[in-house]
Write a protein that binds this ligand. Structure first.
Ligand code: ARG
Length: 587
């Protein structure tokens, strides 16, 4: 009986013949083209470089010493020093006969579990969540799910924007123009309206700007009335955020908004000044370059007309107020002290790249001794575009609200489910439509490379064909329908597993690569690798069904095929779950 995943066996074997190389030298990835094998090691090249030997020679030496005859054909040296492995069909069959009640299927739990903080979603209070928030929310949630499944200790924190100068204007709006009925109906919409109205008025009338400043000072000084209004705005916003998160099936371990760090801001600024990292500059306090980085990598420098000029980060304004950057530094220090994370991941849009480079660089100067202890990663993403290739907006040019978008997704999915399955009861159709609609929006977001912009298209994302959520959900429903027809809930691992047809073998091999795919998702913060894996899985399943009848087969062939259906269904469901997408029993 096999207890270790195939990839773990291969890695252990490689590591055993390279005792003094780093563990990464034994890492594997799936071969891009099955012509060359199933798994590939590309990491021996850097080990060879270190030892100053020819990489092909090292690969050949390693291949000669590996004892993997039970699992693989003889490994082949390829390219500049790659090592390719092809599994033996018997080994694939043996690896597939796993008990179902053990650890997650085809996943090797992390040998060194890490503590990982993920900061994602993080909308701003008093503003409705818009379509852009789906990206941070779906990406962050999926990364958290994958990392947890791999055995890491994940802490999710929603760093909501609940503090800032906008509360001056908002307080004026609240005191002078509040429409209680509108607030009751759509709190975030009403707060947004107030903000826009007062902001526009203040542009024409400087006395409003001054009044807003005073309201803000009162709030900062703890004036009970202003504090009460501010708390009310937060509670109303949080209520609406929670409704959206409920629909999306997303939860957070913590929601420590920006205001949580207010008490620490003064001392952060003081400490950075005391350590000589921050300096007074025209009444404000800033962090400048310390000249230790290459100019082109230094976030405190920017090139202007061919010259490198200072590009400091402001941590205290001339009026004494701290800002977004100060809060992020305090947040970093708090997370370190509270959770001792090995890694902190921030999921935001690409426009915040400079901000995070500056924060991370400041942190490295603030606590040089912690630089190796905690990995800081800014996981950024591109924009969502409309079909006209411009930023996605409503017809009247407004940002698209998330709530309305999710309503429309469910409604459209309901129409297509009804078309396909008119006989189902309406409640059942609504239930399926919810999973399909929300799943489609998430999948459209998760499946492209996160750093590229993508075009939002209802027709594409809801299509049953192509790389979409409904296509994957349908493949899962098809598995369930096979079992319904077979008159059984599920199937058990056969004593003998027969993988006679090439399409069975390819499907089986693909199943085995689930865990290694998740490792890549986690290492590079890219759920799109999982999307591609699932899309390919559904393709393998379709080809298998095309060439291998399941219910009409007999004896060992039938049991083996049912088992392949069972495993495929499970991996598909688990994979979708890691993307935050539900898998209906029928569609
Ligand atoms: N509230 C911010 C925004 O809407 C995102 C916060 C991201 N997290 C952080 N620690 N800065 O842009």
């Amino acid at each position: 009986m096999i207890h270790l995943q195939i990839e773990e066996r291969l890695r252990t074997a490689i590591a055993a013949v390279l005792p003094d190389a780093p563990a990464s030298a034994a890492s594997l990835r799936p071969c891009a083209d099955p012509k060359f094998g199933d798994y590939q090691n590309t990491a021996l090249m850097s080990a060879a470089k270190e030892r100053k030997i020819n990489p092909r020679q090292l690969a050949a030496d390693v291949a000669a010493r590996l004892d993997l005859a039970e699992w693989c054909e003889a490994p082949e040296v390829a390219g500049a020093g790659f090592l390719n492995f092809r599994l033996k069909p018997e080994a694939v069959a043996a690896a597939l006969k796993l008990p179902l009640d053990g650890p997650p299927l085809f996943v090797s739990p992390a040998t060194k579990p890490r503590t990982i903080v993920i900061d994602f979603s993080s909308p701003n209070v008093a503003k409705p969540m818009h379509v852009g928030h789906i990206r941070s929310t779906a990406l962050g949630d999926s990364l958290a799910r994958v990392m947890r499944l791999l055995g890491h200790r994940v802490i999710t924190d929603n760093h909501i924007g609940d503090w800032g100068t906008q509360f001056g204007l908002l307080t004026i709006g609240w005191k002078r123009h509040l429409d209680a009925e509108a607030l009751e109906r759509d709190a975030l919409g009403e707060m947004e309206r107030l903000y826009k109205q007062v902001n526009a008025a203040s542009e024409a009338d400087p006395s409003i700007r001054e009044a807003a400043r005073q309201e803000l000072v009162k709030l900062q000084d703890g004036d009970p009335e202003n504090l009460g209004i501010w708390k009310r705005m937060i509670a109303l916003s949080q209520g609406q955020f929670d409704t959206v998160y409920g629909r999306l099936g997303v939860r957070f371990d913590h929601t420590l908004g920006e205001s949580f760090y207010n008490p620490q801001l003064k001392s952060v600024v003081q400490e950075l000044k005391d350590k000589g990292i921050a300096q007074d500059s025209q009444g404000a306090v800033c962090v400048f370059s310390d000249g230790t980085m290459l100019q082109k990598e230094d976030p405190f420098l920017v090139q202007k007309e061919g010259e490198w000029v200072a590009n400091p980060v402001l941590i205290q304004k001339a009026d004494g107020a701290a800002n977004y950057a100060t809060t992020d530094l305090a947040t970093l220090a708090y997370r370190w002290d509270t959770w001792h994370p090995d890694e902190i991941v921030y999921v935001t849009d690409g426009r915040q790249q400079l901000h995070f480079r500056q924060i991370f660089a400041t942190w490295r100067r603030w606590y040089p001794e912690r630089v190796d202890a905690v990995k800081l990663a800014h996981v950024w993403f591109g924009s969502i575009l409309g079909e006209d290739n411009k930023p996605f907006k409503t017809r009247s040019g407004e940002t698209v609200r998330l709530t309305g978008l999710l309503d429309e997704a469910e409604q459209r999915a309901f129409e297509s489910v009804t078309l396909k399955n008119p006989a189902l009861a309406e409640t059942e159709r609504r239930h399926i439509a919810r999973m399909v609609g929300i799943g489609s929006v998430k999948y459209a977001d998760l499946s492209p490379n996160r750093q590229s912009d993508y075009v939002f298209s209802w027709d594409k994302m809801l299509s049953l064909q192509g790389n979409t959520a409904p296509y994957l959900q349908y493949a899962h429903a098809r598995v369930r329908s096979i079992f319904r027809k077979a008159g059984q809930q599920s199937s058990a691992a056969p004593v003998d597993l027969h993988l006679g047809h090439p399409d069975e073998l390819s499907l089986a091999k693909h199943l085995l690569k689930f865990g290694i795919t998740l490792e890549a998702v986690c290492a590079e913060y890219r759920p799109n690798y999982l999307c591609l894996y699932l899309y390919e899985l559904a393709g393998h399943m379709a080809r298998f069904w095309e060439s291998c009848p399941v219910l009409k087969a007999e004896g060992i062939e039938k049991v083996s095929r049912l088992w392949l259906c069972e495993l495929s269904g499970r991996v598909l469901k688990q994979g979708l779950d890691l993307l935050g997408i539900e898998a209906p029993e029928q569609m």
